[in-house]
Unconditional design. Structure first.
Length: 145
């Protein structure tokens, strides 16, 4: 689902996408699988370099995708119904961009026809994160003195 499919999807509302079109929007950057901290005063979200234990940090793909919500109850399902409320998604996220009526980024695999461009452009978490957050305590990481 590349180039021509992207052009077809540009003419559809996000609510009109087929399940296959919806899934193809994921660029496999892995950012949504990182732990996040939110500033209580500003609402600004900071991604920290610790990924869900089920993220393959080289491929930037979920190892248990079909069962991810069972394996990790904190995993948030991205759906047509909630995508507009998930303000913590990065600005580069295709789901967010289309929901906001914006174009896909130049490096998105649907535009380039190459799944590696998300990594080549430095957008993905590849080589920038560690895996296995469940082995740590967030309180301990934040409250180091």
């Amino acid at each position: 689902m590349r180039h021509s499919s992207h052009k077809l999807m540009k003419n559809k509302a996000i609510d009109e996408l087929t399940p296959a079109e919806w899934e193809s929007l994921c660029d496999h950057c892995g950012l949504c699988c990182l732990q996040k901290l939110e500033d209580e005063n500003t609402g600004k979200v900071k991604y920290i370099g610790i990924a869900c234990e089920f993220l393959d940090i080289e491929k930037c793909e979920c190892l248990v995708y079909e069962n991810r919500h069972f394996a990790n109850p904190d995993c948030v399902a991205l759906t047509r119904h909630n995508i507009r409320q998930l303000k913590w998604l990065p600005d580069s996220c295709a789901y967010r961009r289309l929901a906001e009526g914006r174009e896909l980024e130049w490096w998105h695999p649907l535009k380039t026809g190459d799944p590696a461009t998300v990594h080549q452009a430095g957008i993905s978490v590849r080589d920038k994160t560690v895996s296995g957050f469940s082995k740590f305590s967030l309180d301990r990481l934040v409250d180091i003195r």
